[in-house]
Design a protein around this ligand. Sequence first.
Ligand SMILES: [Zn+2]
Length: 497
Amino acid sequence: MSFAQVHTRSVIGLVAPAVTVEVHISQGLPALTIVGLPETSVRESKDRVRSAIINSGFDFPNRRITINLAPADLPKDGSRLDLPIAIGILSASGQIDASVLDDFEFVGELALNGDLRGVTGVLSVACAIKSSRTLFVPKSNADEALQAMDAIVLGADNLTQVCRHLNAVCGMGSADDKLAPTPKPTKKALPVYALDLADVKGQHHARRALEICATGGHSMLFKGSPGSGKTLMASRLPSILPPLSDDEALEVASIYSVAGVAYQFGVRPFRSCHHTMSAVALSGGGSRPKPGEISLSHHGVLFLDELPEFDRKTLEVMRQPLEAKEIVISRANSQVAYPANFQLVGAMNPCPCGYHGDPSGRCSCKPEQIKRYQDKLSGPLLDRIDLHVHVPALPIDDLQNAPQGESSAVVRHRVITARQIAIDRQGKANSELLPSEIDRFIPLGVAQKQLLATAQTRLNLSARSYHRVLKVARTISDLAGEEQVGVSHLAEALSYR
Ligand SMILES: [Zn+2]
């Protein structure tokens, strides 16, 4: 009987726990058994592995092969185990020297012809492996794996390349067969955003609101007619946000890696969702739970256009993550948590036709239709939105004659300065202040308290909205570089209710 042990990883959420592939080859009727969670994909793996081994010119042992995936109680998903299983079989049958296997970890799907295909979650794997080990991945995953700065990564096109490299390392083959580690990507200072705020002409009120929103990490709702530029502005929010820290960028990249979605490293995400989107697409889920849009927006912007058209159930899935900054997806036998710390930006028309209040008088909606449309948004969700901003449609003449707006770089500079004031004071953005911290970090004078008392009666503010006004006022005072929240800061914050 012969035996081999190969190291690999499963991926559960963003965590990549170690998995050992143990291969026993013994006398007996030819058979291949995989134990330790025979999920459909693992079973399919048998056929791919057998075919890939034969088509790569190796012998497939005509014996009893038992493959144990340990630990047994750990869920193992996907086809990422193909490569380690093939390596284990080749090693246990003496076609690869087993002595070097402890220095490597392997992930990758095999095609029937032996080619390696990319898999999801490779970045989580690369972040988890011990630095003493080299990680073998499909070549198409190599750049993604290297975003984990400490990892040593070898990208291979096919099974043959992996085997030749392993044999070259232990002196069994030609030294020319050794693969060179994939070079580290060069780090860019600041990511480049394709969309710039300079494209937004006029709209001083909305631009100002966007700057406040970026500085404090506040959520906002744009209200205006079609063509007023709501989407134009929302999509430029990432370009004025402070740059992601290395840890934040890695976290975002890991989510995209698990979701199998392309991601430009270091860029703040902007995800635009249509109201036909299902609750699962927004929250994440499926039999092997994948991150949804709220996690793909982590550390970035989730933009929901035509907010009142969304199904109420779909919007409800956001309520808990808006507070907890993560979403827990429960399955029959497991739970997966994905981060979901996103900035919510919504947009809506003022009425069903979109032109209520427009100077053109095009709107033909009846008052009760308008009320029903606006009432579609639940109070609790509206309560969670810090800034409500009216975006008027500008007459064509105004647009043509308006000078170009300030660029994103200029605005971002102010945002970074003001955000730093908040960080120095309380260690976080103003939107993240807890109710218990508000008195301490947002002290108010007599005049400020009077203004708030009047406003609270007039606007019928809930306790939650009241706190939101205070946090927005704090951000406005930070932008002004003032230590105290003044009456004018509060008045401006109230104007966004
Ligand atoms: Zn209308």
